[in-house]
Design a protein around this ligand. Structure first.
Ligand code: PEP
Length: 249
């Protein structure tokens, strides 16, 4: 169901001490936030997040998951393990997984299905590289990423999938897409879903990610097809992240 959401991707950052200060600081500043809020810490800090966030309005999730249920897969984390710690969300197909770990559209689609099977909400990331944008391949790249998931999971599954449009050239670079650039791709994504099912397309939450900060969040989130944000660097600062959460309605 379409609902404003702001999710923080902590990536490989944090420590017991810093996380505690960050989450306690965040919880103190969310009073007038109406959007859903979530954080995705490193796996090793999930139990800390569960304990600190118990009874609060802030959900949490993993940053990746395995397609396998259990067994000889050293270093991998299964969907059921995420469930065991009370995760609500899991990021799938982040560009850092696609680029640094060779995750293909098909693998990301399988991970999305495995997350859904376990009752987790996938934060399904799509996005183009700078060279794709410069060679006018943005839509073709996003379509291929999206179509793989539609083929594997089926269109109805998108009622339970959150899409995050994250132009790779805007991640961690300080270069944000303009609100018009973001809206253009978000509308493209929603139209592509609508080609399969108009109701599902209306219901699907589509986040923007890529150097979102307090200073640009309100403008980005004011666009009709932008339902919130997936936030990296700025989610590591409680006041900054809380301000971004307030900007999502
Ligand atoms: C991200 O990694 O998902 C992200 C959007 O990072 P940043 O906000 O730092 O660009």
């Amino acid at each position: 169901m379409r609902q404003a959401l702001v999710a923080g991707n902590w990536k490989m950052n944090g420590s017991l001490e810093n996380n505690e200060a960050l989450l306690k600081g965040l919880l103190e500043q969310l009073d007038d936030v109406t959007a859903k809020v979530a954080v995705c810490p490193s796996f090793v800090y999930l139990s800390q997040a569960r304990d600190l966030l118990a009874g609060s309005q802030v959900g949490f999730g993993g940053q990746d998951l395995s397609t396998e249920a259990s067994g000889a897969f050293t270093g991998e984390i299964s969907a059921e393990m995420l469930n065991d710690f009370g995760c609500e969300y899991v990021i799938v197909g982040h560009s850092e997984r696609r680029d640094n770990h060779g995750e293909t559209n098909e693998l990301v689609a399988q991970k999305t299905q495995v997350a859904l099977n376990a009752g987790l909400t996938p934060l399904f990331c799509v996005g183009e590289h700078l060279e794709d944008r410069e060679s006018e391949q943005t839509e073709a790249v996003i379509a291929a990423q999206l179509d793989a998931a539609i083929e594997t999971c089926g269109i109805d599954a998108f009622e339970n999938i959150v899409i995050a449009y994250e132009p790779v050239w805007a991640i961690g670079t300080g270069k944000t897409a303009t609100s018009e650039q973001a809206q253009e791709v978000h509308a493209f994504i929603r139209n592509r879903l609508a080609g399969h099912d108009q109701n599902v397309a209306k219901q699907t939450t589509i986040l923007y990610g890529g150097s979102v900060k307090a200073a640009n969040a309100e403008e980005l989130f004011s666009m009709p097809d932008v339902d919130g944000g997936l936030v990296g660097g700025a989610s590591l600062d409680a006041a900054e992240f809380a301000a971004i959460c307030k900007a999502a309605k």
